[in-house]
Ligand binder design. Structure first.
Ligand SMILES: Nc1nc2c(c(=O)[nH]1)N[C@H]1C(S)=C(S)[C@@H](COP(=O)(O)O)O[C@H]1N2
Ligand SMILES: [Mo]
Length: 492
């Protein structure tokens, strides 16, 4: 049933695929603590984990329905119909679906009922009372039939993936796209921004290594020729802008480190890229926000939304409507063709991918996707520092040990980093060169006389205003983790 529905849905909107819809609904209704748990357990494989567990549930359900069918074929069919109802409800609950999107689920259900009837009739011949053929043949027929159904279902589900891709005009459009050069280019990253120590991250994160966090089980495919951005709400001039108009503006390049609110202390849900885009302050200047407006609610094509303080989009910081990432068009999973990036704010309140709508409004009037799920309505990035090398539980040779890591306080910049070895006094680390106030800064510390044994290193940072990173431990929920990062490793 899932297999056929998934295959048929390839010919409809991606959100019509019942498994995707069900998964999306599961994500939407997941309490905030659980989202965090899933991310911490599976990291950026959280979606794979969700699909695998849904697949396992589907197999168990199929087996149970099979057992039920041995007692009553009607009850088994009724169960299939109830499941179909749940899937249909999940599909309809998606923001971008209509009644037509129920067709894949309906066809999948029909296929499931037919297969069930067929298997039941094969099974009935197993019953010696009705047997016209010898026992062994009936058994073999049933087993072959059941195996065939499983293979066909799995095959259909697997086949649906390339079908989606082949249909994906967005991907083709992305390949063909030539982005214009920036009117204002970013100053080159000073070579000294990178500390050359094994285990240090690259200062500019390659696109394929960039962390990915979103609620989209299937990456939205937006054909740029179809894309437009609606700007409306508490503004003097509402307008929509298409992709060509956006590209014909004076584009700006800016290096900016993006951070996820779910990043735990010492975590890696953070990445640094060169973004190409149009300043949001220009977009908003054209719209002319009315007095009293204090928030911009940005919405993606798949119904995610973020609430960004209007001020963060209109002050001097480089908030961008981005089209490029590290010299190429935005990768599909990072928001092609257009996303937002805002210095100093966690992604969930600012970095809307596949953005199609900007509503100028008030925090008092509207709430964004994660705000309604227990996260803070505002999300300034907390100053953080991290030890990247040695890693926790590593073993390093005695004598000279080179420590290295990263620190970030977007919009304010990092002015000092200190390390403490085995709880000893704080010592100044050497800072790598700074690229911008909005990018992370690497640091290193040479420990000359590491004796064999287990050691612990803690790190903390200061921003450019002289403020010390807080030691106070906080979990990611509701507005970001805090506390000093500590690693333990063995010297031998
Ligand atoms: N459309 C959409 N945009 C989104 C999200 C999302 O779920 N959907 N997640 C946000 C969050 S929580 C983060 S941290 C950043 C991550 O951006 P990246 O995946 O490009 O690293 O995207 C933001 N933009
Ligand atoms: Mo995030």
């Amino acid at each position: 049933m899932f297999g056929v529905a998934q295959l048929v849905s390839a010919f409809f909107a991606s959100s019509s695929a019942p498994l995707v819809a069900l998964g999306s609904a599961v994500i939407d209704f997941t309490p905030p603590g659980l989202k965090d748990l899933a991310i911490s357990l599976f990291g950026t494989n959280d979606k794979l984990a969700l699909f695998v567990s849904m697949g396992a549930v589907a197999v168990v359900l199929a087996a149970l329905i099979g057992l039920l069918a041995r007692r009553s074929a009607a009850a088994a069919s009724a169960t299939v119909l109830v499941l179909a109802g749940i899937l249909g409800a999940a599909v309809i609950s998606r923001s971008s679906t209509g009644p037509l999107d129920l067709v894949p689920t309906a066809l999948g259900t029909a296929a499931a009922l037919l297969v069930l009837r067929w298997l039941c009739s094969l099974a009935s011949r197993l019953d010696p009372a009705h047997s016209e053929s010898p026992d062994g043949v009936a058994r073999r027929n049933f087993m072959l039939g059941a195996a065939g159904a499983v293979v066909l279902a799995a095959g259909a589900a697997i086949l649906s993936t390339p079908l989606f891709a082949a249909r994906n005009t967005a991907q083709l459009a992305r390949k063909a796209l030539r982005l214009p050069a920036a009117k204002t280019t970013a100053p080159a990253v000073p070579p000294g921004a990178q500390i050359n120590l094994a285990g240090m991250p690259e200062f500019v994160t390659p696109n394929q290594d960039f962390y990915r966090i979103d609620t989209a089980l299937r990456v939205p495919g937006i054909d740029p020729a179809q894309w437009s951005l609606r700007v409306h709400g508490l503004v003097e001039h509402e307008f929509t802008m298409n992709f060509q108009e956006l590209l014909s503006q004076d584009l700006v390049e800016h290096y900016l480190t993006l951070t996820c609110v779910s990043n735990p202390v010492g975590g890696d849900l953070v990445g640094n890229a060169k973004w190409l885009g149009y300043p949001l302050r220009e977009v908003l200047a054209r719209a002319k926000p009315a007095a009293g407006a204090d928030m911009v609610l940005s919405t993606s094509i798949d119904g995610f939304s973020a609430s960004t303080p209007l001020e963060a989009l209109t002050d001097e910081r480089m908030a961008l409507l981005a089209v490029g990432m590290n010299g190429e068009a935005l990768p599909m999973e990072h928001g092609f063709p257009v996303r937002m990036v805002v210095p100093g704010l966690y992604g969930y309140v600012s970095a809307t991918k596949w953005v199609v709508d900007l509503e100028v409004t008030r925090f008092a009037d509207k709430a964004a996707y994660w705000t309604t799920r227990g996260w803070s309505e505002r999300g300034p990035i907390k100053m953080s520092s991290r030890v990247d090398t040695p890693q926790s539980f590593a073993t390093v040779p005695a004598g000279r040990v080179d420590l290295g890591g990263s620190a970030w306080a977007q919009t304010r910049g990092i002015s000092r980093v200190q390390v403490s070895i085995d709880g000893g006094s704080w010592r100044e680390a050497t800072l790598a060169e700074e690229a911008t106030l909005d990018t992370w800064r690497q640091w290193s510390y040479r420990w000359e006389d590491a004796a064999p044994g287990t050691h612990a290193v803690a790190v903390r940072a200061y921003d450019r205003s002289g403020k010390l990173q807080t030691e106070e431990r906080a979990d990611p929920v509701p507005d970001g983790a805090s506390g000093w990062h500590r690693v333990q490793f063995t010297v031998e």
